[in-house]
Design a protein around this ligand. Sequence first.
Ligand code: GDP
Ligand code: ADP
Length: 401
Amino acid sequence: MGEAPAFFVDELQKGYGNGFDIKSKGGETAILLGNRTYVIGGACEESPLSIGVQIFDQSTGEWIYPTVLGTKPKPCKGLSAVLLSEDRILITKNGSTPDDFAWFLEVDTQYVRQQKKILGTDVVAWSKGVRGYPEKPVVISGPSGVGKGTLISMLMKEYPSMFGFSVSHTTRAPRAMEKDGVHYHFIERSAMEKEIEDGKFLEFASVHGNLYGTSVEAVEVVADDGKRCILDIDVQGARSVRASSLEAIFIFVCPPSMEELEKRLRARGTETEEQVLKRLRNAKAEIEQGQSSGIFDHMLYNDNLEECYKSLKKLLGLDGTVTAPPKSSSKVVDLPMDHSVAKIDHRIIINSKTPELGKASTNIRIVLDVSSLKGGAPGRTRGLDIYTMDSFLDGLAGINH
Ligand SMILES: Nc1nc2c(ncn2[C@@H]2O[C@H](COP(=O)(O)OP(=O)(O)O)[C@@H](O)[C@H]2O)c(=O)[nH]1
Ligand SMILES: Nc1ncnc2c1ncn2[C@@H]1O[C@H](COP(=O)(O)OP(=O)(O)O)[C@@H](O)[C@H]1O
């Protein structure tokens, strides 16, 4: 483990360290919470491509190097921090673009507390701040061979700009037509177990003797692309997602009969006889759980494919005229290299400290509204509203007229 920046120790031991402006040459900043000071900045020793986090415990005088989970921000020349509530710190990166300037470091959220228990170490977790909300992801479960993949392909083909598929990781061997990174991320068991330990998965389960899992990134990249995410996962996975912070719609697809299911599975011809028998044995338990667990919001019966597809579209609100969700139109400028932050209720006001010479507009003020945050680590924190002070004042003037 690396040394903590020496110049901090004196300041921190004096109890100094509350606020968003204790900056060193390395660009670190510090936040005091209880008797712990979170020192954030510079590059992380263990993963140099992300910002480092160290904790100074005032009561013991010792440095703690926590396990850092979630999507990590890349290092930058400097940053500012504001304590939002007692459980998370908002970090703004100097000189960054609007899609990279707001990050959250969770220090005592439900997710962090849960992970502390599992890992038995100190834990902090990053999540990236994102404007607005995507539509709820759609979780589709059902026994092997019922037609989940077929229905999802139809949906993606008809609405390519609206839906995106969550590409799962699996330890099973690829089928003849399957492409790595498209149908699944095919991975060795030991590598997947390591990634699970590192907190990279939203959920995972052992299904038909193989490991399957949805990485946090698999879902987030789809939402970042402005699309609605579709997850094809088993009942255990659906249960885990239900218990997570991801709000989704849960659909279970039933076969018309076990005989028909067997016929489809055999006709598909992708499994060995042993695998077919295993999948049919598991199907009974899956259908029972699907129907009685209370996890699923909707049941679909895939007897006639066209009828079933119509029902799927209906429950996703696609039976009428389809309108794309409006994209946010308010433009935000890049964050200045040097800035200060202040918190007023649910708004963070970001002020550029040094006017940029030779430019007409010198004093940039950006407002970050954090009143409607949703989600969080290990995924994204969504629902940020970011605008310039000018547009905020224009809005107020509009109301007054
Ligand atoms: N929990 C979980 N289940 C998954 C995931 N990806 C696929 N599955 C499920 O694993 C099972 C087997 O999938 P697969 O081997 O592709 O065969 P299929 O059932 O014939 O489509 C299916 O029930 C899938 O829904 C995942 O990321 N997590
Ligand atoms: N309603 C249906 N009627 C007849 N065959 C179907 C129907 N739905 C899907 N199939 C076929 O059943 C097989 C299994 O479907 P698939 O989408 O691979 O299932 P899953 O993804 O649930 O394992 C495929 O060969 C598919 O073409």
